[in-house]
Design a protein around this ligand. Structure first.
Ligand code: IMP
Length: 442
């Protein structure tokens, strides 16, 4: 396997998602890491939940890059990621307990990344409460507020943990965050002495954080650029998906970072022109968690089938995912936003039992037909009625197939049709969570 696929993963390869996330990037990165020297998780934070199943067990990774299971890979959490130091420590310890070796040799955290603190999670919850009926449905991990602070040049960064005056910086931050939380909570008028955050408790937790993370905190650009200049293989691992892109996704039902190749460049200082491949990981059907329109969402037994067979529950929040037929106009839009030039299709096996499969090939919006869209504005998208094309199902178990040529005829037709509609080659097809259940197509 090694020699035959090494050339596919050569150079700088970004693995992202043209949709709403949860399409199986973790699995693809785990498979690809066999050939990688460096794996960089470049955006988002612990809102992500990357499922990886291999000889160590099954894991839901949140911040640790999915290359961690390959001992020779340097895993990097780069600058534009927001890091919850407490959950990162927990994640590292859980992995270590299961036999995964992690140290400053194979996991590095950028000193320039912002820290997610308890107040960010609190502010996330309060902001959602204020939004009421139009809540975004965030993961509650404090992602938005942490990026808000980064954009307004406030807050603490990972590198601050190593500073002698960390406590001073922390105290300064705490005063402001207490005030801000009080205002957001509608509590400013009350003369209460009640504090939202327990200073001593947080600082005590930081002792453990410092002990474990200190050897991992680095100027990660130095490592990324050194490897890039030496022509090593670098894999970019996105969190979330392009339809959740802060700037070009379905605003405001988005996350606060850029999951596409542009986000990779911002976080690594490697220009998109030096990226050899941008792989969009896409399920054979479509899912979404959180608020905002989803044109192909199904509220029938097929939707239920996807949830049950596909185990469609969020890795981070446990929320049931909304499911529907594959949505080509949305995926094409997302692929363009993310710079995707090829596709890895996952979970094809979940369609195995269906008599008939459907593909959304366009939308009707206010009586007008669209094959391509140039906005994901929720007002427009919420009026989009899917135009569905029917195909015969294959009703055969594909999960045991290891040779792409042996896929049932109708499964091949389905892949070819999706490929033609997207206008992008489908290079990888996955029929299960294990590494072996991955087939290369061309
Ligand atoms: P936030 O990133 O927690 O602020 O959530 C904003 C939106 O992005 C919500 O709709 C979330 O459900 C969605 N979201 C955030 N992270 C993920 C992810 O990793 N997978 C899928 N959806 C996500």
């Amino acid at each position: 396997m090694k020699s035959s696929h090494a050339s596919f993963w050569k150079g700088v390869v970004v693995v992202t998602d043209p949709a709403w996330g949860d399409n199986g990037k973790g699995k693809v990165i785990d498979v690809a890491s066999e050939y990688a020297n460096v794996v960089v998780r470049y955006n988002g934070g612990p809102n992500a939940g990357h499922t990886v199943r291999n000889s160590y067990g099954e894991f839901g990774l949140h911040l640790v890059p999915s290359g961690i299971f390959h001992p020779k890979v340097i895993n990097i959490i780069s600058t534009k990621v927001v890091v919850n130091p407490f959950s990162l420590v927990e994640e590292i310890e859980n992995l270590q307990k299961k036999g995964v070796k992690i140290s400053g040799k194979n996991l590095l955290v950028s000193e320039g990344a912002h820290l997610i603190m308890p107040w960010h999670r609190k502010r996330d919850t309060l902001a959602e409460k204020t939004r009421g009926g139009s809540a975004i449905g965030t993961t509650g991990q404090g992602i938005g507020p942490a990026y808000e602070d980064r954009a307004s040049r406030k807050g603490l960064r990972v590198g601050d943990l190593l500073r002698r005056n960390f406590e001073e910086l922390f105290d300064r931050e705490l005063v402001w965050q207490e005030r801000l939380t009080r205002v957001m909570d509608g509590n400013e008028a009350k003369n209460s002495k009640e504090q939202y955050y327990d200073r001593d408790h947080i600082l005590k937790d930081f002792k453990k954080v410092r002990a474990l993370l200190s050897p991992m905190i680095k100027n990660t650009l130095e490592v990324i650029w050194k490897n890039f200049d030496a022509g090593k293989n670098i894999l970019g691992e996105a969190g979330q998906g392009a339809l959740l892109d802060l700037d070009l996704g379905g605003y405001p039902f988005v996350t606060s970072s850029n999951p596409g190749v542009a986000g990779f460049s911002i976080s690594t200082g490697i220009s998109a022109k030096h990226v050899n491949k941008v792989i969009g990981v896409l399920k054979a059907y479509t899912t979404r968690v959180g608020g905002g329109p989803m044109p192909t969402e199904l509220h029938d037994e097929i939707g239920e089938h996807f949830v049950k067979e596909g185990r469609e529950f969020g890795v981070t929040t446990g929320r049931r995912r909304r499911c529907g037929w594959i949505d080509i106009p949305a995926m094409k839009y997302g692929a363009r936003v993310a710079g995707v030039d090829r596709i890895a299709m996952t979970k094809l096996d979940i369609l195995d039992k269906l008599k008939e499969v459907k593909i959304c090939v366009g939308y009707t919006v206010n009586g007008k037909k669209y094959k391509d869209i140039t906005t994901f504005d929720p007002e427009f998208i919420s009026r989009a009625k899917p135009i569905l094309e029917k195909m015969k199902g294959w009703q055969e178990d594909t999960s045991k197939i290891r040779d792409i040529k042996k896929l049932p005829k109708n499964a091949k037709k389905y892949i070819e049709r999706v490929e033609a509609l997207l206008g992008l080659p489908i290079n990888i097809v996955s029929v299960g969570p294990d590494r072996e259940e991955t087939m290369y197509r061309k």
